[in-house]
Write a protein that binds this ligand. Structure first.
Ligand code: XLS
Ligand code: NI
Ligand code: NI
Length: 431
């Protein structure tokens, strides 16, 4: 026992509770024929919960955690606390970067040994608990060696270091039975074109991703490879701006059948999209994989990684997830951190508990909208003209014959209402 959460009891579903409990998330409740836990597939992000010290651009550490430090002993204490929290929350999944879980060594080999020792430690812990690995990933952005990128770095030795790191993290994800492997191109972008060969950098990134896919097949990893788009921050220009940009990139490098997306709510907002737009686009392109369910502050223009707290927004997101057929290997990862004044163990529990409840409420609203069917019926009605044989035949014809038909038939198209307000009112009946 690490004693960090002493005095805090495991969370239970208790709608009448006035303390910390789930009021909406009941893992065993059947929604649309499946347990809620199996629909939502919640995951805790190791980095924000256990590795982040509470800094902001004006000040450093605010959190005083007993496991902060660079020794293996402390890394194991951190793991003990993490697994205690997974247990208290009853979450089915967690996610990590290599750098979150092990101390950095003086050499690559030492970092690797540290990492592998912790992976073995995780393996032992995972045998005794229900929490599984949703995804692993490599941190190729924090250390100063990555300041000019990882795969896109002008220095080939950094490319090599990054490839060796991703290999290691894929091996570990595979070993722990992870269901996905994520690549977020943290510093795969640039600050100024004056020092950047954009064409070369994109080629390097494309080859790197091909190698990751080749390696997945080589080791027989059956999970999904997911790319996580983000428009800016840390680089001014990121090569993986949004879902549409990543789709073009995957097509260019012949990877569209191999790679899917991990879509983050806050990143969608930074790209000038809604979360549901990014989800719907990924689904329509056959690229939907998993989600990072953490919001931004709408005023700050920064990836503030806050726990979700807006039920209507979450409902529209899960509506798209359900329309996409729900999660297969993916899940709902809380890539979210506490506010830096939220110092106490109970804050960490409450942040996750509240987020799980918000997601459960939103999800149940989305499921009810699906079951009700009015929204889909009205959408279908809007496109009903396209169901006619003549409309489909037109798509197989050409401009000249269409033009002739327009005059011959004397068609006189009349605008029809898009019904947005009515549709929004329908959504409001459920949220
Ligand atoms: C940063 C990203 C990161 C990825 C994993 O903004 O969201 O946390 O999810 O590297
Ligand atoms: Ni993010
Ligand atoms: Ni993320």
């Amino acid at each position: 026992m690490a004693h960090f959460f002493d005095g805090i009891e495991g969370l239970r579903f208790d709608p009448a509770s006035t303390g910390t409990a789930f009021r909406h998330y009941n893992p065993d409740e059947i929604v649309l024929g499946k347990r809620m836990e199996d629909h939502l597939r919640f995951a805790v992000a190791y980095w924000h919960s256990f590795a982040w010290p509470g800094g902001d651009p004006f000040g450093g550490q605010t959190f005083d955690r007993p496991w902060f430090g660079d020794t293996m002993e402390l890394a194991k204490l951190k793991a003990d606390v993490a697994f205690e929290m997974f247990d208290l929350l009853g979450v089915p999944y967690f996610c990590w970067h290599d750098a979150d879980i092990r101390p950095e060594g003086a050499t690559f080999a030492e970092s690797r040994r540290n990492f592998e020792e912790i992976i073995d430690y995780f393996e032992g812990k995972m045998e005794a608990c229900k929490t599984k690995l949703l995804w692993g990933t490599a941190n190729l952005f924090s250390h100063r060696r990555f300041m000019s990128g990882a795969a896109t770095n002008p220095d080939p030795d950094i490319f090599a270091w990054s490839a060796a790191t991703v290999k290691l993290c894929m091996d570990a994800t595979h070993k722990l039975g992870g269901e996905n492997y994520v690549l977020w191109g943290g510093r795969e972008g640039y600050e100024t074109l004056l020092n950047t060969d954009l064409k070369r950098e994109r080629q390097q990134a494309g080859r790197f991703l091909q190698m990751a896919v080749e390696y997945k097949h080589k080791i027989g990893f059956k999970g999904a490879i997911l790319v996580e788009p983000k428009p800016q921050e840390p680089s001014k220009h990121q090569y993986d701006f949004d879902v549409a940009t990543v789709y073009g990139f995957l097509k260019e490098f012949g990877l569209e059948g191999e790679v899917q997306m991990n879509i983050e709510q806050g990143h969608a907002i930074l790209a000038g999209h809604s979360f549901e737009h990014e989800l719907a686009l990924a689904s329509s392109l056959g690229l939907f994989g998993s989600i990072d369910m953490n919001r931004n502050d709408y005023q700050s223009g920064w990836d503030t990684d806050q726990f979700p707290n807006n039920v209507p927004e979450v409902a529209l997101a899960y509506y798209e997830v359900l329309k996409a057929g729900g999660f297969t290997t993916g899940g709902t990862n809380f890539d979210a951190k506490l506010r830096r004044q939220s110092l106490d163990p109970v804050d960490l529990i409450a942040g996750h508990a509240g987020a799980m409840d918000v997601c459960a409420r939103g999800f149940k609203a989305a499921a009810a909208m699906m079951e009700d069917g009015t929204l889909e019926a009205m959408r279908a009605e809007r496109y009903a003209g396209w169901e006619k044989d003549a409309s489909q035949a037109m798509l197989q014809s050409d401009f000249a014959s269409i033009a002739a038909r327009v005059e011959d038939s004397g068609i006189d198209p009349q605008p029809t209402s898009g019904r947005q307000e009515i549709l929004e009112n329908i959504v409001n009946r459920f949220v």
